[in-house]
Write a protein that binds this ligand. Structure first.
Ligand code: PMP
Length: 455
């Protein structure tokens, strides 16, 4: 008898998934009657079982679905749940603020504490709250264009910064195209974007030398195409080149805040002009933040001054967000910064991520598999290639989508959730070593399954 192929095994796992999840399967069929892409967000359709499980309850690092299955949740809402589900401090703050008004177009006193804490943690003096990380990036880009008068945004191939049109580009087969086959949307990306490979100082220097780039928008290391570590010296070169060419440096810490309480930038002494974060920053209540340096603030104030209440038509910034900085978000953000994403909890989370990464590495080594594991603080990633990629091109050349889909479907059937877009594991303060060990056991069984297959 021939051994099964990866495709056969995926068929089997998806069949098992359908059988194990009759209620979620029925809910999904119903959802398709009402929602454009089946669920309330199109992102929810991308789970490897073929449809998402419907959540009944989420607490700490666990989710129970409507078919009664329990999952150890390493997806954590693709980082939005990094505080853990329903953390007590956030719930308490949210309930209190819900009873006192959610959104008033007025600041609350909590915002004073939050502003001072953001300044202390991230080292930048002036902050703005938005409703999402996407919005924060859009705001950062708009400000960079306003103060430089330039039109282009430079990103690195393989990046993701939310629904930001300028960042939807990648390099594939040496040519610039749309990331993940995303529709070009009638936008002339060559007019608004430049894209180079991560860690490529020469290409960066050339791209910035024309003097038409308003800002470089980058994560401190890449986390959205698998994890792509940053090469020694790259950040120093990036900072030097952006300064020399008058280009604003925007560091997006939405995911890499997993590095520690001040994100990767403060851990590694980076000096962004603008720092962006979001997702977990208000405990899962929609929120983004961006902070700017004094120099950026002063250049901006020269264009858009502080309001004079006598002038009714004072300029606004062209950045959206009626609900941005609302009282509910500010209250939960305070709870997160004060009680949840604390240095002590980061230590715990990082220790569990190390435990997961080391156990997975051992299994990979014992089975002589050409795979690797990367870790950055509370976040780890298993990739089906022997070495960490240096850039997006390496990921495109070596990515094993078939193995990823099989692993993810197998995980779901065995009670493990990871982000559906690649194999990233995130710890929250409530994640336990027993949760991590449950993953280790499932991963070992996955390896057994694949070793018996025709790869
Ligand atoms: N920046 C980064 C680095 C991200 O990974 C994401 C989302 N994955 C975003 C921004 C956008 O976040 P949101 O969809 O919450 O706006």
């Amino acid at each position: 008898m021939h051994s099964a192929t990866i495709g056969d095994l995926l068929d089997r796992e998806q069949q098992r998934f359908r059988e194990m999840h009759p209620h979620s399967a029925a809910a999904w069929e119903e959802g398709k009657q009402h929602f454009l892409y089946g669920g309330p967000s199109h992102w929810m359709r991308r789970w490897a079982g073929g449809f998402p499980v419907y959540a009944a309850e989420a607490k700490g690092a666990h989710i129970r679905d409507i078919d009664g299955h329990d999952y150890v949740d390493f997806c954590l809402g693709d980082t939005g749940g990094m505080c853990g589900h329903a953390p007590e401090a956030v719930t308490r703050a949210a309930v209190r603020q819900l009873q006192n008004g959610t959104t008033m177009m007025l600041p609350t006193e909590d915002s004073l504490w939050v502003g001072a804490e953001l300044q202390r943690r991230f080292g930048l003096p002036y902050w703005t709250l938005t409703t999402s990380a996407t919005d924060a990036n859009r705001g950062a880009i708009r400000i960079a264009r306003m103060i430089t008068g330039r039109d282009k945004v430079l990103v690195f191939s393989g990046c993701y910064h939310g629904g930001v049109e300028e960042a939807h580009v990648e390099i594939r087969d040496g040519r610039v195209g749309m990331r993940n086959m995303i529709h070009p949307n009638g936008v002339d990306h060559s007019a608004v974007s430049k894209v180079v490979e991560f860690n490529d100082v020469g290409a960066l220097e050339q791209a910035l030398s024309a003097g038409d780039v308003a800002c470089v928008l980058t994560e401190p290391l890449m986390t959205n195409f698998g994890m792509i570590p940053v090469a020694d010296g790259f950040h120093a070169a990036l900072r030097d080149l952006t300064r020399r060419t008058g280009t604003v440096l925007v560091i997006d810490e939405t995911h890499t805040i997993s590095s520690g309480s001040g994100g990767y930038s403060s851990e590694h002494g980076l000096e962004p002009d603008i720092l962006v974060a979001g997702k977990a920053i208000a405990g899962g209540i929609p929120a983004g933040i961006f902070g700017v340096s004094r120099e950026i603030a002063e250049r901006l104030w020269a264009i858009v001054p502080m309001v004079n209440p006598r002038v009714r038509q004072s300029a606004h910034l062209g950045i959206g967000g009626t609900l941005a900085g609302n009282a509910l978000t500010v209250a939960t953000m305070r709870a997160v910064l004060e009680e949840v994403l604390t240095p002590a909890n980061f230590e715990l989370m990082s220790a569990n991520a190390s435990r997961l990464a080391e156990a997975a590495r051992k299994i990979i080594a014992a089975n002589k598999l050409p795979w690797h594991v990367t870790q950055i603080g509370a976040r780890a990633e298993i990739m089906f290639m022997p070495q960490p990629p240096r850039n997006g091109a390496d990921v495109i050349a070596s990515r094993r989508s078939d193995l990823e889909a099989l692993l993810h479907a197998f995980y779901m059937n065995e009670g493990i959730l990871v982000t559906p877009f690649h194999t990233m594991f995130l710890m929250c303060p409530a994640t336990t070593s027993a949760d991590v060990d449950r993953h280790t056991d499932v991963f070992a069984r996955f390896v057994d399954l694949v070793r018996g297959a025709r790869v």
